[in-house]
Design a protein around this ligand. Structure first.
Ligand code: GN1
Ligand code: MG
Length: 372
């Protein structure tokens, strides 16, 4: 029963009312997530309770300190007095002691948010209106954090999108071959050696100061945006675990990679994997409309590079984890990480084919919305 997994934890948070029910949500590749319902008179209060994966997040206190600061800042910039602000930004629910997280004594680290009801998080974007809303949500997120001092944030996963270091980690995993899987994967391994220079392009531009460091979300999947069930409009961005200094190209690129793919991230039939240009365009319009006013010309003109680098990086991370024996990402079956890697490799090949069209599309939008 789900309740048995959380009953030692839930009483330690400031949840209002009497516990009524709990449900596990199976989304996300990293944390465990539960939705809790409490009754208070005729009111229903809902919360999200999560067990933080401390293999991935070695210092959960830094993660939660970042999230508390970022959500406060978002609320301030959205307008704390707006009636709907509670639907526009997450709110961290404190523990009895006023802390941002709870340690359960069994090695579990937990945190809670208020749950935003009547909202959708899309694993698959169904139409172009939704895709444009996802673009607005991530663009707005960047805009609202543009004046957040990036040096106040802890770097919770060092070198998270340092694709060059990720490449070296991958090479090390090939060398170690812990799970004995290397011999069967020559083609897959070669794929990343061939793209080695491209993988490092954003890192090089950041190092040379040609791209600025910003506060970025770093995990901009469409299911990390909540849309209002009734109006279809974007409400807020969730899953703030990886909010860190980064590049706008990462947020743009990862969102297109995930939301504009014609197939799920772990599609086993690679023939079905391709980039949907209409969805990419819808996302780009929403994102550029929100960000053209403050992103630099260097960023705006290179947005499509973000799609290539992030897709290659994630494909390589999945393959690395497969070679390591599946220690990082949660897997549903033994070949899951390999299937994910191959699907992302197929997507990258299609992005490479459509690269020129992607650049043309971005240029048009930047012009339209009066960018730098
Ligand atoms: C992980 O758990 P989830 O789905 O929010 C991962 C992202 C990957 C994503 C791929 C901290 O995110 O970097 O892009 O899986 N998060 C972390 O689905 O590694
Ligand atoms: Mg995440």
């Amino acid at each position: 029963m789900v309740y048995n997994r959380i009953k030692h934890v839930s009483p330690h948070f400031r949840f209002q009312g009497r516990f009524a029910q709990a449900q596990e949500v199976h989304s996300g590749n990293v944390n465990n997530t539960f939705i809790l319902i409490y009754h208070q008179g005729s009111e229903t209060n809902s919360y999200t309770l999560q067990r933080i994966n401390t293999y991935v997040f070695k210092n959960p206190r830094s993660v939660m300190t970042n999230i508390a600061a970022v959500t406060d800042h978002l609320r301030k910039n959205i307008g704390a007095s707006r009636a709907d602000v509670s639907r526009m930004a997450l709110e961290v629910i404190r523990t009895d002691d006023g802390d941002v997280m709870y340690l359960d004594g069994e090695g579990g680290t937990w945190r809670a948010y208020s749950y935003i009801p009547d909202a959708l998080a899309l694993d698959m974007v169904e139409n172009l209106e939704q895709m444009a809303e996802v673009g607005h949500a991530f663009g707005r997120f960047q805009r609202h954090l543009a004046d957040f001092p990036a040096d106040k944030l802890f770097v919770t996963i060092p070198d998270f999108h340092h694709s060059t270091k990720r490449f070296y980690t991958f090479v090390r995993s090939v060398e170690e071959d812990r799970a004995g899987r290397v011999p069967a994967l020559e083609d897959e391994i070669e794929f990343f050696f061939e793209r080695r220079r491209m993988l490092g392009e954003i890192v090089r531009l950041l190092d040379r100061g040609e791209l600025p460091l910003r506060v970025t979300h770093n995990d901009t999947k469409s299911n990390n945006v909540l849309l209002d069930k009734k109006t279809g409009k974007a409400l807020c961005v969730i899953d703030l675990d990886t909010v860190m200094p980064g590049s706008a190209l990462y947020d743009y690129g990862d969102a297109v990679r995930f939301g504009a793919s014609n197939a799920p991230e772990d599609e086993p039939d690679v023939a079905r994997v391709s980039l949907n240009m209409d969805k990419a365009r819808a996302f780009t319009q929403g994102f550029v409309e929100e960000t053209a006013g403050f992103l630099t010309q260097a960023e705006l003109s290179r947005l499509p590079l973000g799609i290539k680098v992030i897709t290659a990086e994630l494909a390589m991370r999945f393959l690395t984890d497969y070679l390591d024996g599946d220690r990082y990402f949660k897997v549903d079956y033994p070949e899951h990480n390999l299937v994910r890697a191959r699907a992302q490799m197929a997507l990258l090949e299609d992005v490479e084919r459509k690269e020129e069209a992607l650049y043309r599309m971005v240029t048009e939008d930047v012009r339209r919305f009066g960018g730098a």
